[in-house]
Design a protein around this ligand. Structure first.
Ligand SMILES: [Zn+2]
Length: 182
């Protein structure tokens, strides 16, 4: 059985500060804004247009997380389009604030924070692999040319946007992620 964990906002602050120092030292950025009852965190790898967006009710004025467990934290990898719209390239990963019941409250918090950090790390790795369109910053997808069947990257906004790129080896995983979404 799992139990819902009450996470002190200080632990969240600690986590995001440690992520911030790691990411910004490499030239990336970490920003947050309050949107309604949630805080939206954007963790952006250096020199990439895709980023990790985290939605959480933790840290909006209140000292602890809400007691009910329905407000899972959502981690989404996506790209910011030119007009500021966020376009996910993968399904949101939901992180429930649960931990093994047998643990003490302190152990449960530690368990959750570890899991949360791992999920953020995985999402960050995916974000680094997403290739953004040179024209509009939307994620690019792998496509095959009808004419000679060579593979290339085409903008996911096609036909609205005709951005293309040569297919690089490291773009393959990103395309797979993009395809799953389409
Ligand atoms: Zn485009």
């Amino acid at each position: 059985m799992a139990k819902y964990v009450t996470i002190p906002s200080s632990r969240m602050t600690e986590l995001f500060e440690s992520i911030r120092s790691g990411v910004t030292s490499r030239g990336g950025s970490v920003e947050s804004k309050v949107a309604g009852k949630e805080v939206v965190w954007d963790i952006r790898p250096p020199q990439r247009q895709a980023l990790v967006r985290i939605y959480t009710s933790l840290g909006v004025g209140n000292a602890t997380a809400r007691a009910v467990g329905k407000d899972a934290i959502r981690i989404v990898v996506g790209a910011l389009l030119s007009e500021g719209r966020f376009r996910p390239v993968q399904k949101a990963k939901r992180v429930f604030r649960t931990a093994p019941e047998k643990d003490t409250e302190e152990e449960r918090v530690a368990f959750f924070m570890d899991r949360f950090r791992t999920e953020i790390r995985n999402a960050y790795a995916s974000a680094k692999e997403v290739v953004a369109c040179p024209k509009c910053a939307a994620p690019m997808l792998r496509r095959t040319a009808k004419k000679d069947e060579h593979e290339f990257l085409g903008c996911s906004q096609f036909p609205k946007c005709g951005g293309t790129r040569k297919l690089l080896q490291n773009a393959k995983k990103a395309c797979r992620a993009g395809r799953e979404n389409n």
